[in-house]
Design a protein around this ligand. Structure first.
Ligand code: PLP
Length: 434
């Protein structure tokens, strides 16, 4: 279920007209639907209801305080990858005791901060890191809860830049070395408490196969480590893929009915049906770390057409959003549906590139797309931009970062203000002229 659809020819987020939001708040503008986030969380939670489970939302997908607060209110936990993300979670009302801390390069400051706040677990990715956490916990007179991230060497069959579970990726510890690493913790790290085992094989997976393969491969190891060291949890990571191509007609509101087609065979039902039976008999708490699934379809990026330029081969729609606002198309070859907010019925489509004003050939939001002729000032919606959108935005080309809006029913809240020109130079200093 998503909550973006055309009503009387104008695209809405829940009951709010996106055209009026663009007029009121300017563009580029990120708009999120709260109900969509709630719906996704609830579906996943229900899918896992037979398991003792905790959903740890991967904060890096969208870390706006309003999004984090929504998930905290639903009872969710958080998967964080930096001290900054922990700070955000706490600021949003999330509990440290429901946070897992992932990432290959945790620093002393971050480890101390997380220990002081009392996070649920460090998901450690190397022996060196485990020894460092042990040392710091010792200095602080604490015991640090840890899990080891296993690299199961399973092909997630996703884009190369978001595959994490192969031996050649930097993530996790090789499957064959895991037993030895747990032994080191038990024997040589008196300030660590073994709490779990973790894996995460990649992002935007569109079939259950790789999840099943990874769980089946790692399960015996989990059972053995549980018997030896008394694990509390097994985290199977995130990575559930979403549908980037959706129907927006007011008549066909249920995106989920589109799942199960060839381009997207993965549904929450299929995912739960496949993995829950494999996990039920473990007698462990199961952790999930979904990022994209929770927020991807819950957000759009609104952008205004600045110019149209008719080249020899195609038309360039030059818009006011750019790769600094949404880098997925150029970084991951990410495909985003792009639609005019005021629908153009009857217009004949033409082959177009939607490009931003940044001085980079890679600055595009879409290439070779069939779009209707547009006028300067027309507002476009870049769909499914809720995950890895704003969080990857930058100030490249000294562009201010967009505002963010959270829609809840008929209400629209500014949850992050647009940056000002002053914001762009804040903290910068020019040495005195000699
Ligand atoms: C990024 C990440 C996730 C979330 O991935 P999604 O594809 O957004 O679900 C989960 N766990 C870890 C360790 C990650 O690095």
């Amino acid at each position: 279920m998503h909550h973006f659809r055309y009503l009387q020819g104008s695209l809405h987020a829940e009951n709010v007209d996106l055209q009026s939001l663009a007029e009121q708040h300017g563009t580029p503008l990120y708009v999120y639907s709260k109900e969509t986030i709630v719906d996704h969380y609830t579906r996943l939670d229900q899918g896992l209801s037979r398991l003792d489970h905790m959903i740890c939302y991967a904060v890096k997908a969208n870390s706006n305080l309003a999004v984090l607060s929504t998930i905290a209110q639903l009872g969710g936990g958080f998967d964080i990858v930096s001290g900054g993300e922990l700070f955000r979670v706490l600021r949003a009302g999330g509990q440290a005791a429901k946070c897992t801390f992932a990432g290959v390069g945790k620093t002393r400051d971050e480890i101390e901060y997380a220990l002081k706040e009392g996070i649920y677990c460090f998901n450690a990715e190397s022996e060196a890191e485990l020894r460092f956490i042990d040392q710091i916990a010792g200095e602080m007179g604490l015991k640090a809860p840890v899990a080891v991230r296993v690299n199961p060497n399973v092909d997630a069959k996703t884009h190369a830049k978001i595959t994490t579970g192969k031996s050649e990726n930097k993530f996790g510890i090789d499957f064959d070395r895991i037993e030895e690493v747990y032994e080191i913790i038990a024997k040589e790290c008196p300030n660590l408490e073994i709490r779990g085992l973790q894996m995460h094989i990649g992002s935007q997976l569109t079939s259950v196969g790789p999840f099943v393969e990874a769980v089946e491969k790692v399960k015996p190891l989990v059972q053995e480590m549980k018997a030896k060291y008394g694990l509390q949890f097994f985290s199977i990571g995130g990575g559930i893929g979403i549908v980037y191509k959706q129907s927006l007609d007011s008549g066909s509101q249920d995106w989920w009915s589109l799942e199960g087609n060839e381009s997207h065979p993965l549904t929450i039902q299929a995912y739960a049906d496949a993995v829950v039976p494999l996990l039920e008999d473990l007698g462990l708490r199961i952790l999930l770390e979904p990022g994209r699934f929770m927020v991807g379809n819950a957000g759009v990026l609104l952008t205004k057409v600045v110019y149209e330029k008719r080249g020899k081969a195609k038309v360039f729609k030059i818009v006011d959003a750019a790769m600094n606002d949404l880098i997925r198309p150029t970084l991951y070859e990410g495909w985003h549906q792009i639609v005019p907010v005021r629908s153009k019925v009857g217009a004949e489509n033409e082959l177009s590139d939607v490009v931003g004003p940044i001085c980079e050939t890679g600055d595009y939001l879409a290439q070779n797309r069939e779009l209707p002729p547009l006028n300067a000032g027309d507002v476009l919606a870049v769909m499914s931009a809720g995950a890895y959108g704003f969080t990857m935005a930058s100030n490249y080309n000294t562009r201010t970062m967009p505002a963010e809006i959270l829609v809840d029913g008929t209400e629209a809240y500014v949850v992050r203000e647009r940056q000002t020109l002053e914001d762009l130079v804040r903290g910068e200093h020019v040495p005195p002229v000699k």
